[in-house]
Design a protein around this ligand. Sequence first.
Ligand code: AMP
Ligand code: GLY
Length: 420
Amino acid sequence: MVNVLVIGSGGREHALSWKLSQSSKVDKVFTAPGNGGTENNISIDIDDLNALADFAQKNNCFTVVGPETPLAAGIVDRFNQMNLKIFGPSQKAAQLESSKIWAKNFMKRNGIQTARFEIFEDSKKAEEYVKSLDYNVVVKADGLASGKGVIVCNNTDEAIAAIHTILVKKTFGDAGNRIIVEERIDGIEASYIALCDGVTAIPMATSQDHKRIFDDDKGPNTGGMGAYSPTPVIDDILAEKIQNKIINKTLQSMKNEGIVFKGFLYAGVMIRDNEPYVLEYNVRMGDPECQPITMRMDFDLYDYFVASVDGTLSMMPQITWKNQSSVCIVLASEGYPESYLKDEEITGFDLIPKNAMVFHAGTKKQDVKILSNGGRVLGVTALGDTLASAISNAYIAAEKISWPHKYYRKDIGKKGLSYI
Ligand code: AMP
Ligand code: GLY
């Protein structure tokens, strides 16, 4: 038996810990630093690579990395040097997420469909460029900015303001030393995530996130306010197209460039006229997409993580999914993604029906109490025989949970219903 160390503290990490702890091969699951819902929390920061490696070594752990920051910092390379088993991409492979410019150039030289773009470090040149265009643009900071360095613009004035925010005001610090100005693609967005071992990519169930804070996709972008799986937005034909033209092509092109991609490869795609365009790559599971996806898994996730690390995914049996829909509703602190209160007591956990799970994100335990401790606080996730029933089950459960400044969207999954 082996122990597992899950690195991170969000809903995604709670869901991964929950699923991995069900494996007959796994003894104990530790989470660093974890949250109020995860067990065996270890108080080591996700950026303290030495302390994490030391812990994994002393406790015979197979390590699973949730968020992008330690991946971009090279945690996988560090663990590999010490002969420690760790699931996730190397620092070089993580560039697909850690540098948007690197990713765009990679797509361009390998013919992977994405929005047309130009790169700038000079704000005047960027302004002249957007003035010359006859289409709307999106302005993106190059580096990691916790999902906030992307500004979707409705006209030239907004584009100029966005350029100013990133390049002149440096709102995202050094992550905004360079920007991408790219064509805005208006279509339908979905998440396509595959488990990779450098050569083989096994698709996970499809899903759709809800990035904006308010109903009907209004207001600023967030880390994600809810997700459901599977999504009818990606039918079998489109899934095959994404798998071949994006995922397999990315994996093969990385290999051709001497980079072995292991871990979750997440393509955020926009679908326009039945064609998928890559908006972004992530080199990890999505959060909250991970929560409904793991609830539908009918296989031992640990086995597949090991096969990813060992490069043996092609030898694994086909994975199977619960033939049900799953919906995750993120309960957030009112005010998120701006400022919000913390330390409010959360109640109602004992009232949650059996078909639902409450994955914790921004929570902490204080004696027997659970307190809010972040913007996205909980991900209430439920199964149902249809998307409509999963939505209804998730909302019934979400309403059982209370705290003074609880906020959540009321329309999670609605976009999917309009497709059925
Ligand atoms: P990203 O972090 O690059 O995925 O961008 C965050 C969000 O901005 C995406 O989920 C989309 O909703 C939106 N977005 C990014 N790029 C584009 C684009 N080229 N066209 C339209 N929307 C975009
Ligand atoms: N939910 C979007 C992300 O994880 O990046």
